[in-house]
Ligand binder design. Structure first.
Ligand code: FMN
Length: 349
């Protein structure tokens, strides 16, 4: 890659973070959490202290099944952001993802912007690369990139919506599934396949499971809209700013197929609890942690709200939360029905 090109990646990365922090970059259509409510339990017969939200992720114990999902790295200002997020995850016992590490593959001097182990020696850490880049770099180079930052797993991100809306986007999407299969087989670390805000369908989840993905992160519609971010940069008419599968629908659709992380429009610990009751094993978010003045405080509040939702739904632990009764109405129930999922099964269990 030319020097001009790697400079472009760097400035695009900082443009993205700036837009995400300061501009209206979220979907107008919701992720669906307003359509989902727990059946309140007025007789929980347990103490708040006794609520156990802990969960195992990538062989490590989390104090709650929460992930600060991948956002940044690859330009000078990103190091401070990543270290702050990592310190929050370490202090609260959560997991964290790094942003796309393509920049450090192109310019090894940028590797330091992804190195967070000094702030977070014990957390499960997820490295990141784009599906479009897999064939270019190959398994060996990506494995050494992951070892360099001491990651426990690789997230391969799929972002066709963003790429087609980005003037300088990579518009070659053929052969990605086969590459995911090669990485899942040869990398020697778990492969998580994630979207970046437009969601994963059941059909795609089946294909990814077959290819050997250990897990998916649905990253559904309703949170950060990457087409909106690109429209802000290009000034084009925002035709596809609400394109995608809403997060709640994705969770209901995919979690029976493959172990699922829920992200995309989760904005507090109650949304995280609803995600798990809908079938996800873990819940994550990006924008709320990027925007938080104090990400550690934000993480602590998510955990607290998750535990309150557990108590009030009579769920002592995560296994019980997965079976808690939910009433699903509105657009989310309608979408589920059209996709062949009976929303009332969540209320009657
Ligand atoms: C500033 C920013 C940068 C992001 N960069 C990446 C990235 O490099 N790789 C990736 O897989 N996802 C990236 N994402 C997407 C998030 O991981 C997540 O899937 C998406 O933002 C939806 O979650 P949210 O609604 O909580 O923001 C980024 C998100 C934000 C806000």
């Amino acid at each position: 890659m030319s020097k001009a090109n790697s400079t472009t990646i760097k400035s695009r990365k900082s443009d993205h973070v700036l837009a995400a922090r300061k501009r209206q970059v979220e979907y107008s259509e919701p992720a669906g959490f307003d359509d989902v409510r727990f059946v309140h339990n007025c007789l929980p017969e347990m103490d708040f202290e006794g609520v156990d939200a802990s969960a195992m992720f990538l062989g490590k114990r989390l104090s709650a099944p929460l992930i600060i999902v991948g956002m940044t790295g690859g330009y000078p200002g990103a190091e401070k952001i990543n270290l702050k997020l990592a310190a929050a995850a370490e202090a609260e016992g959560l997991a964290m993802g790094l942003g796309s590490q393509r920049a450090m593959l192109e310019k090894p001097g940028l590797a330091s912007t992804y190195k967070v182990r000094k702030a977070a020696p014990t957390i499960p850490l997820i490295g990141n690369i784009g599906g479009c880049q897999l064939s270019k770099y190959g398994v060996k180079k990506v494995r050494s990139m992951l070892d360099d930052v001491e990651a426990d797993a690789l997230a391969i991100h799929l972002n066709p919506l963003q790429e087609v809306c980005q003037p300088e986007g990579d518009k070659k999407f053929s052969g990605i599934l086969a590459q995911i299969g090669i990485f899942a087989r040869d990398l020697g670390l778990p492969v998580i396949v994630k979207e970046t805000g437009a969601g994963i369908s059941k059909e795609a989840a089946v294909q990814l499971k077959k290819a050997g993905a250990a897990m998916i992160d649905v990253s559904g519609a309703g949170g950060t809209s990457w087409s909106k971010v690109e429209y802000l940069r290009s000034g084009k008419k925002p035709v596809f700013s609400d394109w995608g599968n809403p997060t709640c629908e994705c969770i209901a659709n995919c979690s029976g197929v493959i172990e699922t992380i829920a992200s995309g429009g989760l904005r507090d610990g109650l949304d995280a609890a609803k995600s798990i009751a809908l079938g996800a094993s873990f819940a994550g978010a990006a924008l709320p942690f990027l925007r938080a003045a104090d990400p550690k405080k934000e993480a602590a509040e998510w955990k607290d709200s998750l535990k309150i939702a557990m108590l009030l739904s009579g769920s002592k632990n995560i296994a019980q939360l997965k079976k808690a009764a939910l009433v699903i109405t509105g657009r989310t129930a309608e979408g589920m029905e059209r996709l062949g999922i009976d929303p009332s099964k969540y209320a009657r269990r």
